[in-house]
Design a protein around this ligand. Structure first.
Ligand SMILES: C[S@@+](CC[C@H](N)C(=O)[O-])C[C@H]1O[C@@H](n2cnc3c(N)ncnc32)[C@H](O)[C@@H]1O
Length: 241
């Protein structure tokens, strides 16, 4: 089970710094939208909207008649109101809230990995698709943040694509690896704090643990005078069978 109150706390705290540091989420938002099969959808629903990185990109590329969005933190409304003032907001945990409508496009960027049961959530979302509607989302694969897994005991939710194929028609599935570079290992920890990505576990970093992290990370994952970290975004577009 995911610690939802920790997720809320971390993302609320990261709001002011999120946009300037969420360069991976910006890339995945752009790519996810570029993979959509159509450029027009009547009713759109976005889950995990936060400050609207995906929303901003979507309004440039996609036409729609109505926009509904959700986030577990209420502050999302402040940001999305500025992008689509007439959009309707459903605050709450996507695993818990009830959706009364159906949509033609349900979309989510870098959010569904925070669900406790991702298969159940995908199933819930596809039940709210109109005929011919699609669910498009980006999450992260098993190689995501592989360099720091051991240090921080990260247990991300991954999606088994074979399991999805049994139940859904897959329009697109892409997994990619992106290496990003930092001046030193401590900057990696700062990067997580600024984007809220440290919401997985309450990890207490003692001085000696931090020193151990810096030394070991520097030895294992350096390239030139930088250290690197791997992101493994996965893009999935599907509809119900
Ligand atoms: C990494 S951010 C991505 C934000 C945005 N989609 C973007 O493209 O930048 C993850 C978002 O998912 C939200 N979130 C996490 N768990 C959620 C849940 N169970 N229900 C709804 N939103 C959730 C967080 O509050 C946060 O806004």
């Amino acid at each position: 089970m995911k610690n939802k109150s920790l997720i809320k706390k971390r993302f609320s705290k990261s709001l002011k710094t999120y946009d300037d540091n969420a360069f991976i989420q910006k890339q995945t938002a752009e790519k996810l939208i570029s993979l959509l099969p159509e450029t027009s959808y009547e009713k759109v629903f976005e889950t995990g909207a936060l400050t609207g990185i995906l929303t901003k990109e979507l309004i440039k590329k996609i036409k729609f008649n109505s926009y509904t969005y959700n986030d577990i933190i209420p502050e999302a409304k402040f940001y999305i109101d500025k992008i689509i003032p007439e959009a309707e907001f459903f605050e709450g945990d996507i695993e818990e809230i009830s959706l009364s409508e159906k949509f033609n496009l349900i979309i989510s960027n870098a959010s569904l990995q925070w669900c406790s049961d991702i298969y159940k959530t995908i199933s819930k979302l596809t039940e709210h698709l109109n005929e011919g509607g699609i669910l498009a989302f980006s999450i992260f694969g098993s190689k995501n943040l592989k360099e720091i897994k051991r240090f921080f005991d990260i247990d991300n939710q991954y999606v088994d694509i074979e399991r999805l194929k049994e139940k859904y028609n897959l329009i697109n599935y892409i997994s990619e690896e992106i290496k990003i570079y930092f001046d030193n290992p401590v900057d990696i920890i700062k990067h997580f704090k600024l984007t809220g990505v440290n919401a997985l576990k309450e990890v207490s970093l003692t001085k000696s643990r931090l020193k151990e992290f810096e030394e070991e990370y520097g030895k294992k994952y350096s390239q030139g005078d930088k250290v690197y970290l791997t992101y493994n975004p996965v893009y999935i577009i599907l509809y119900s069978k």
